[in-house]
Write a protein that binds this ligand. Structure first.
Ligand SMILES: O=C(O)CCC(=O)C(=O)O
Length: 213
């Protein structure tokens, strides 16, 4: 195991980001290895696409926005709540769906969908080439459009699990004709490790086809 100070890690990430910035000067399209990896594995992983300063600004904005959403949702005349069959609590507020943490009575936000309308720094991500170009390559199309966006929070101690699922089934429920034209891009704002609930993936399933359930 290797330990390092936060300072050192920030400097290392900054250096990696600068190298990446040179490599991707002409754009951030899939290279041939990424194209092959996407076809084979169904995903591509890139590191340090955002600078430490950008990540820090986004993290600060997340905390600010989540605090505001929580404050509004806890007011007496806030939006309606909905309880799912499994007991999970959703609330409509701030023109979003809040899913509260699963512990009974919790006031911690677990996820927020949609969320980019809540701050211009988030809204700008929709047109950021670091998202749009690889997504165009993944979907094989000259242009992409927003479908939905979600902020997942995995708070220490109380962060509940994200059970195994395939996103396709959700898209299919809402838009069966075009579900196969939707892909997901994730920006990790924290280092993702098994200790803090990093996402993991199951073996690749057969590619979705138009009209397939
Ligand atoms: O972050 C995770 O563990 C899973 C997130 C996910 O798959 C989702 O939000 O659809």
């Amino acid at each position: 195991m290797r330990a390092q100070t936060t300072d050192h890690r920030t400097q290392t990430t900054e250096a990696l980001f600068l190298r990446r910035a040179i490599k991707y000067k002409a754009g951030v399209r899939f290279d041939e290895h990424e194209r092959a990896a996407y076809g084979r594995d169904g995903f591509v992983l890139r590191h340090a696409m955002f600078s430490p300063a950008e990540i820090q600004a986004l993290c600060e904005t997340v905390e600010e926005v989540v605090a505001g959403v929580t404050r509004r949702a806890l007011q007496a005349d806030a939006g309606p709540e909905l309880r799912l069959a499994d007991g999970h609590r959703l609330q409509f507020s701030s023109r979003a769906v809040i899913q509260w943490e699963w512990r009974a009575g919790s006031q911690e936000v677990r996820l927020l969908e949609p969320f980019t309308h809540l701050h211009p720094r988030f809204a700008a991500l929709w047109t950021d080439l670091r998202f749009t170009q690889p997504m165009e390559d993944a979907l094989g199309t000259p242009e992409v459009a927003p479908y939905t966006c979600k902020l997942n929070l995995k708070r220490p101690r109380e962060g509940s699990e994200f059970p195994w699922h395939q996103d396709y089934t959700y898209w299919y429920a809402f838009t069966p004709q075009t579900a196969h034209e939707i892909a997901t891009a994730i920006l990790f704002l924290d280092d993702a490790s098994p200790a803090n609930g990093a996402i993991s993936r199951a073996a690749r399933l057969a590619p979705a086809r138009a009209g397939a359930a």
